[in-house]
Design a binder for this molecule. Sequence first.
Ligand code: GAP
Length: 502
Amino acid sequence: MEDIVGLCKRRGFIFASSEIYGGYNGFYDYGPLGVELRNNIKQAWWRDFVHRRDDIEGLDSSIIMHPKIWKASGHVDGFSDPLVDCKESKKRYRADQLFFAPVILDGEQVGYVAFVEGTDSASIIKRAKKVRDHLDKKQATLDEAALDNDRTEFTEATAEQRTQTLGPDASKVDTLTAPREFKLMFETKVGPLADDSAVAYLRPETAQGIFANYKNIVDTGRVKIPFGIAQIGKAFRNEITPRNFIFRSREFEQMEIEYFIAPEADWQALHREWLDTCIDWLVSIGLPREDITEDVHPTEKLAFYSQATTDLMFHFPHGEQELWGIACRSDYDLKQHQEHSGKSMEFFDEASKSKYVPHVIEPSLGVDRTLLAVLTAAYCEDEVPNDKGQVEKRTVMKFSPKIAPVKAAIFPLLKNKPELVDVAEKLYKKLQRRWNVFYDASGAIGRRYRRQDEIGTPFGITIDFDTIEKDGTVTLRDRDTCEQRRVSEAELIEFLEEQIDG
Ligand code: GAP
């Protein structure tokens, strides 16, 4: 993660928000390359799920909506996380991301250690040894296996267990409070009145904007069940513990689809179909298939309205974590809005001549999390020969051409030869009309390649003397293999089209 964060700052992908004031926890800014990568991810998603499908329509709803929407959806009363405070360190933890394990000395249980999700075994053992040292039992044998095998979520800790637990950042036991519910929605006030009636919320998900517009789209479009509504937009959550770079932040963006189906449809089969479609899409933007797994939520942990939820997990630098949630939400949301708004959410199905409130399958993906997955998959350090044929280390971002921030770099071999520069500039202007390309005339050609490798530009195009003196062909260099071949301008454009837009 450190390497990725370092590269993102150094090359202008991502900066901490408000950095000149020391940063602002949970907020990030996207620099020149970051905004390109982010836009390319969103455009690829929109193109594949909206433009290239006949059954999905797009939407862009407002971020602040009528507060009654959040009452109906259950967010006002229920959208919270269990929060645990440490009275000593003043740190805060999400109880469902905090675990505790027994400290067993010479076979006798003497207390517990708490640690946040993702903490490595060696650090947990170190903390358990702290408990042992406090008890003045330095010679006692610590049961290290129990620390690994007997872990429980802190939400399940009894009052007695809490008093015997050493918190992750505490120096003594009994500093962690009981979990209490912490509301995640950001509040604001709308209009000139500053009283409670003016309270509104920044949306914590884009999904409710879709449900609130479902009737508009059914009434104005010519949709047939099954159909989907897709939306990309900002969402805000006052996360207790924003961390792991852009993985969990307080302002983020979602790409969500609500896919409406008939109540009697085979939702299990459709759910599976959606999982496969989503996996294929992740692979299409360059994530390795073997780094994507499925986490099926156990029935007892499902929200009461959910029939099934499976998360697509990705192997992030900080472990295997949720990337894309794909939930079957039944008719819960539409029925809630029907009840609270008094407006019918029934759909008249021409095919079956019946009326019903549709059920829904919801694939919900974070833009920022996808971007982190893409950065993780692309980051690579390897060795390649330099101009003099000596092997050199390089950092290369192996982005898929579909989402790479810069698609190609155009280099005149020498900057002081006007005939080379002229041809290179013309080609640059031509390609720039279609794609984000880069022109670089300064420095040794090898160094110019290397600079592009580090920002993940998939193709290098060099204009040399053969171009102007012989057949007009240019050298096309592949970022990953470093292989070079000569192509005509027509071949170049056809190749780029296939690689970038295909
Ligand atoms: N409408 C359903 C919904 O919002 P969710 O699992 O809470 O479900 C969906 O969020 C996706 O949004 C997650 O899988 C993740 O990719 C992204 N996401 C959620 N909270 C996030 C946060 N604090 N920071 C970045 N991405 C987040």
